[in-house]
Design a protein around this ligand. Structure first.
Ligand code: SF4
Length: 445
C-alpha cells in the first residue's frame, strides 16, 4: 500500500467513526414510532431469529440460548408483527432472514415464510444458516420458499475450527465438506461463508479454505474479514489468540486474485454466475423494514430499533403497538454518505441515477471525499459512472466492516436493559461495552 492509499484509508476510517458518532446518537422512545409507507419507494423485509444452541466466541449477532417453548412463542409474535406491517400498507419484493440460527426451528420458520409470501409480493427470500441445519431432507421443505441460503462455515481448517469452538459443534473439515456436498443444489443458490484474517491464520490455510470452497461448487462464496475493534480485541485475543502482524490487506488481495474468474457481487462476495441476490441487504436496499426482536429498520433517513428483550417485544406486539423502542436520525449528508458507501461497496455508482434517487448532487455534496478517493486511486470516473479500483474495493470493505462494528455496538448496548433505564438519549459510540460479552446474551424472561 503506498503513502496516499494509507492516508486515504486512515482518513476514511476516521470520517466513518465521526459519522457513526453523529448518527448513533440514539433517542429512546416512550412510545414506538409509526412506520409510514411511501408508495414511490421499494422496501426490503428483514426478519430476525434471535436463537442459537451455543455461542461462537467471535460472534456479536443478537441471539439468546434456544428454548423450544420460548422460540415458538417468539415466532407467533413475529407473525403477528408481520400482519400488523401488512395492515399499515407495506409491500415487499424481497426478504432477508438473519439470526441467530434462522433454521433452528424449521417448522416455525416455514410457517412464517409462507405467511410472508401470502401477504406480500415477495419474489426472493435469502436466509442464513449453519452447518447443522443443511440436512437435504429438511431443506426440501423450503423448496419454493427460500431462494438463497448462506451457510456460515468460517473455515475448513481443523485447527482454526477448534479455536473458534466450531469443531465439536459443527464438525471437522471432512464432515463439513460431506454436509455441504449433499446440501448444495437443493435450493437455487447456496453461499458458503468464510472468515479470513483469524489471528495466526497462514496464507496456506487461507488458500486451502478457498480451494475447498471452490471445489464444492456452491453458487456463491462470501469471504468476511474477522470483525475486530478496540472493544472486542481482548475477547478475541483470549479465545482466538493474538497475531503480531495484521494480514487483512494481503489476504484480501489473495482472495480477489483467487476469484478472478467469478462474478463479483460486492467487495466480499463472489458468484459462479451473474446474479443480484447476494449477502448484503444493506447494500442492495437503501430502505428496509425489520421485524422481530432487535431488528433494525432504515426508513426515511431514520434508523428504528426494535425491542431486544423478548418479553418487551411480545408485550408490544400483543398490545398492537409498534415494536421499536428507539430511533436515530441521519442528516441528508449522512444519508448520502451511507448510500454512497453501500453502492461503492457493491462496485459502482451511476451518478445520474444516484442523484435522482437521493435528490442530491453527489459530486458537489461529497466533493472533498470524492477528491481524496480519486487522488488515492480508490475510485475512477468513466463517463457518468464511478468505479472502484482494486484498492478501492479493499477500502470500501474496511468501511463496511467499520459500519458493522458500529451496528454491533448498538446491539450490545440495546440488549443490556439496565444501561437503557431512565435515559432519554444514548450516544452509542461513547458507551464502553463489549459486543462479545456472552453474559448479556442470556435471556432472563
Ligand atoms: S456464528 Fe452463527 S451459530 Fe455461532 S453464535 Fe453467531 S449466529 Fe449463532
Amino acid at each position: 500500500m503506498n503513502f496516499l492509499q494509507k492516508l486515504a484509508l486512515s482518513y476514511s476510517h476516521k470520517a466513518m467513526q465521526k459519522s457513526l458518532e453523529n448518527g448513533f446518537n440514539v433517542k429512546l422512545l416512550k412510545k414506538g414510532q409509526e412506520k409510514k409507507v411511501n408508495s414511490k419507494k421499494s422496501y426490503m423485509l428483514y426478519a430476525h431469529i434471535p436463537f442459537c444452541h451455543t455461542f461462537c466466541p467471535y460472534c456479536s449477532f443478537h441471539k439468546y440460548y434456544y428454548n423450544e417453548d420460548l422460540a415458538k412463542r417468539y415466532f407467533e409474535s413475529l407473525r403477528e408483527e408481520i400482519k400488523q406491517i401488512k395492515d399499515k400498507g407495506f409491500d415487499f419484493t424481497s426478504m432477508y432472514v438473519g439470526g441467530g440460527t434462522t433454521l433452528i426451528n424449521e417448522e416455525e420458520l416455514a410457517k412464517t415464510l409462507e405467511l410472508c409470501k401470502k401477504l406480500f409480493n415477495i419474489k426472493e427470500i435469502s436466509c442464513e444458516t449453519d452447518p447443522n441445519h443443511i440436512n437435504p431432507k429438511k431443506l426440501e421443505m423450503f423448496k419454493g420458499l427460500i431462494d438463497r441460503l448462506s451457510c456460515g462455515i468460517q473455515s475448513f481448517d481443523d485447527d482454526i475450527l477448534k479455536k473458534v469452538a466450531r469443531y465439536n459443534k459443527f464438525g471437522s473439515n471432512k464432515e463439513l465438506q460431506e454436509k455441504l456436498s449433499k446440501a448444495i443444489g437443493v435450493l437455487p443458490i447456496m453461499s458458503i461463508d468464510l472468515i479470513f484474517n483469524f489471528p495466526s491464520q497462514t496464507k496456506e490455510q487461507l488458500l486451502k479454505d478457498l480451494e475447498i470452497a471452490k471445489s464444492l461448487k456452491p453458487q456463491q462464496i462470501t469471504t468476511y474479514p474477522l470483525m475486530k475493534s478496540n472493544l472486542t480485541k481482548d475477547n478475541i485475543a483470549k479465545t482466538l489468540g493474538v497475531s503480531f502482524k495484521d494480514h487483512e490487506f494481503e489476504f484480501y488481495k489473495i482472495i480477489i486474485d483467487f476469484f478472478k474468474d467469478y462474478e463479483r457481487n460486492n467487495a466480499w462476495s463472489f458468484s459462479l454466475e451473474k446474479n443480484t441476490f447476494n449477502d448484503e441487504y444493506v447494500s442492495s436496499h437503501h430502505e428496509y423494514l425489520g421485524v422481530g426482536s432487535g431488528a433494525f429498520s432504515f426508513l426515511d433517513g431514520e434508523l428504528l430499533i426494535n425491542a431486544f428483550n423478548l418479553n418487551d417485544y411480545s408485550k408490544l406486539i400483543k398490545e398492537k403497538q409498534n415494536a421499536n423502542i428507539a430511533k436515530a436520525n441521519f442528516s441528508k449528508k449522512e444519508i448520502i454518505k451511507y448510500v454512497f458507501l453501500t453502492e461503492m461497496f457493491a462496485g459502482k455508482i451511476e451518478i445520474n441515477k444516484f442523484n435522482k434517487t437521493l435528490e442530491c448532487n453527489l459530486e458537489k455534496d461529497l466533493f472533498i471525499e470524492l477528491l481524496g478517493l480519486k487522488l488515492s486511486g480508490a475510485i475512477k470516473k468513466e463517463s457518468n459512472t464511478l468505479y472502484t479500483s482494486e484498492f478501492g474495493r479493499y477500502l470500501f470493505m474496511v468501511l463496511m466492516k467499520d459500519f458493522y462494528t458500529g451496528m454491533d455496538l448498538v446491539r450490545a448496548v440495546f440488549r443490556d436493559d439496565k444501561r437503557l433505564q431512565d435515559k432519554e438519549r444514548i450516544n452509542i459510540m461513547q458507551e464502553n461495552v463489549d459486543p462479545l460479552d456472552f453474559k448479556s446474551m442470556e435471556f432472563k424472561g
